[in-house]
Design a protein around this ligand. Structure first.
Ligand code: OAD
Length: 249
């Protein structure tokens, strides 16, 4: 577990940075009640669910996949930002530039940012679950709040409407990825919070920051695929570590 000395040392290093990139994963939202993907209790412990995030499964079994996404959409609306999201939002105000590259499809960071008056841009590398898009023509309905489990059709082309998330087999949104990569290349510090760091190209973001010589901090109770690239690994839950860190800034 993390010591007070480690938190204080990390805070001192962060204080000397003007630009920060946050790379976030599902562990950040875990304490809000949103399950992570990997690990013992992760969504992927159900083999069937593990196939639902692939584009191939959407085209073969749209009913099953869209019903699962609709349940996740409903769940995301029910949950609230946790102490980790809120501490990050407050922290963001202390830097000249604060860019967020999140793999999470929920809107908990936005909600914390608006409540705590956070600074900087939040970019979703894997899309947003509340967004609705046509799988065939890419157009978006005027009202995205549609029940996907009823397999609604696109008003423009009659194609399948689906959530605006990135599925395995699809490219990342270009602007979100490229702008995050540019921010990482400029960042003096990088926070890597609640991610296994196993999914590429998203996981290139903290790697770019590390290569540039940024101070890289991981917040995660477990070792991740990115731990080796980090200067400090704060082992614990985001909801405990981030408020402690923020207090020292
Ligand atoms: P994972 O499920 O792969 O990893 C979650 C990470 O969060 C693990 O390293 C946990 O140790 C950590 N964790 C759990 N609880 C935590 C807490 N309270 N505080 C801090 N960390 C905690 O989730 P991601 O890394 O987000 O992509 O997964 C990346 C991508 O893989 C997702 O965006 C999704 C998935 O397949 C797509 O669907 C395209």
């Amino acid at each position: 577990m993390v010591s007070d000395t480690q938190i204080a040392r990390t805070a001192r290093r962060l204080q000397s940075a003007e630009s920060v990139v946050l790379f976030a994963g599902s562990g950040l939202s875990a304490e809000s009640g949103v399950p992570t993907f990997r690990g013992e209790d992760g969504l992927y412990s159900d083999e069937k669910v593990a196939t639902y995030t692939r584009v191939r499964t959407l085209t073969k079994q749209p009913g099953e996949v869209l019903t699962w996404y609709q349940k996740r959409r409903d769940m995301v609306r029910e949950v609230s930002p946790n102490e980790g999201h809120r501490a990050l939002a407050r922290m963001s105000r202390q830097f000249e530039a604060f860019d967020v590259a999140t793999q999470n499809v929920d809107n908990l960071l936005e909600r914390a940012w608006s409540r705590e008056n956070g600074r900087g841009v939040i970019r979703h590398l894997h899309g947003e679950i509340t967004d609705t898009v046509c799988h065939d023509c890419g157009s978006r309905p005027d009202n995205p709040d549609i029940d996907l489990s009823e397999l609604p059709k696109c008003g423009d082309c009659g194609g399948l409407l689906r959530p605006g998330v990135v599925l395995f087999g699809e490219p990342l949104p270009t602007e979100a990825f490229e702008s995050s990569r540019d921010a990482a290349a400029r960042a003096e510090a990088c926070l890597v919070v609640g991610t296994s760091g196993l999914v590429y190209p998203a996981a290139r973001i903290p790697e770019v920051a590390a290569r540039r010589g940024a101070f890289v901090v991981e917040v995660n109770p477990n070792v991740s695929g990115l731990s080796d690239r980090c200067d400090e690994c704060l082992r614990g839950e985001a909801g405990d570590i981030l408020p402690a860190l923020e207090e020292q800034l």
